[in-house]
Design a binder for this molecule. Structure first.
Ligand SMILES: [Zn+2]
Length: 264
């Protein structure tokens, strides 16, 4: 699943191929919205939360949301375009090509238009100077008391960037049970949790793989994808709730390190 950090890497790889360059070839499968044109200049390539935004002339912005399995890749100018039904977008310039595969959302909007999807996104949690107090405020706004911390972290309208891996990992480091109601924790705890997720996104921004366990550890994750394996901190068995059972996405936690609030 692409998270905020992997999208940033994709944007960084695509920038030299696209930014400031004239489009020499374009192809879309099932584009919604106005079409950019061959001859347009690409003005910017940017990852915002879980969206990859490519801005063309006329303030036209192509936004792709990569969902569970989408990806962007770059290729040399002469590389043959892959023959696969998963291909959604091809953008070619004199410097190379950018290919998008399997993105569930491929749309354009005009910059500043009110229906831009990024208008509905919270602050980008992988920004160095993100305002955590503002995110704590957004965590409380319009939220039912029964929403859980696991759901909160994935809510891109509160803060953009946390995917399913960082959700479980941040809750482990914060020693919070994933199904704790948001209403049961104080602002300082929420700020601490968002701060941990922020640190994870920042340290993984320029890395080809996700790692949450710190520079000295050979392991990649504390709890994610480790059902029934021993907790790295206390050796208890890691628990797992599949997608759809308690939350819309799978969740991993340690029952001893992350006790239910109010219980020993
Ligand atoms: Zn543990």
């Amino acid at each position: 699943m692409p998270e905020g950090d992997s999208l940033r890497r994709a944007a960084a790889a695509m920038a030299p191929v696209l930014e400031g360059r004239v489009v020499t070839g374009l192809w879309f499968r099932k584009l919604r919205g106005h079409r950019p044109r061959v001859g347009d200049t690409v003005h910017s390539v940017e990852a915002v939360g879980k969206y990859l935004l490519i801005r063309f002339d006329r303030d036209l912005v192509l936004h792709t949301h990569l969902g569970m399995s989408g990806s962007w890749r770059t290729a040399p100018p002469e590389a043959p375009v892959p023959n696969t039904p998963k291909l959604r977008v091809v953008i070619a310039t004199a410097a190379g090509q950018a290919w998008c595969f399997a993105a569930p959302t491929v749309e354009t909007h005009v910059l500043g238009a009110r229906d831009a999807p990024t208008d509905r996104l919270g602050p980008d949690l992988s920004d160095d100077d993100v305002d955590l107090q503002q995110i704590v405020g957004r965590s409380r706004a319009g939220r039912t008391a029964s929403a859980t911390l696991a759901e909160l972290l994935l809510d891109q309208q509160v803060a953009a960037g946390v995917g399913n891996v960082f959700k479980s990992e941040a809750l482990f480091v914060a020693r919070l049970h994933p199904f704790t109601p948001v209403g049961d924790v104080d602002d300082a705890t929420l700020a601490g949790l968002w701060g941990i997720a922020h640190e994870m996104l920042v340290t993984n921004r320029d890395r080809p793989f996700r790692k949450t366990t710190g520079a000295m550890s050979p392991d990649r994750t504390f709890v994610y994808d480790r059902f029934r394996k021993p907790c790295r901190r206390c050796s208890d068995s890691i628990l797992f709730s599949p997608a759809g059972e308690r939350t819309s996405r799978s969740t991993y936690w340690c029952p001893r390190c992350q006790p239910v609030l109010g219980r020993p």
